[in-house]
Write a protein that binds this ligand. Sequence first.
Ligand code: ZN
Length: 136
Amino acid sequence: MIKKIDHLGVAVLDPERALATYRDALGLRLDQIEDIPSQKLVSYHLAIGESHIELLHPTEEDSVIGKYLAKKGPGIHHVALQVDDIEAERDRLSAAGLEPLTAEPFIGANGKKVLFFHPRTTGGILLEICQVVEEE
Ligand code: ZN
């Protein structure tokens, strides 16, 4: 089951400038700054109700977000939907014709299990599904 929009991932070149917009001008609360070395990025989580905007800033040009910025410039990178059972949703959406980028979910920001679907199968949006993993 799909529960809600978990977050929008926004690729940014200049985090200070982006924070001036999202935190200072829009007034969103900066909940967390997370360094994700495995993806060579820093993520800034700004709360909007039960959802977030995640500003994604690459720490290296040779990274997924770095390459995205070089090609397309700053802007919305992906839309993330929270699900209750990521493997079941992967199977259900794959059967419906959406193409997963990886066979298995992996651990993303905040320790969530995440999986992406190719934009050519989702109407042009890089679509993420994510599942909150309960603390043991
Ligand atoms: Zn995401």
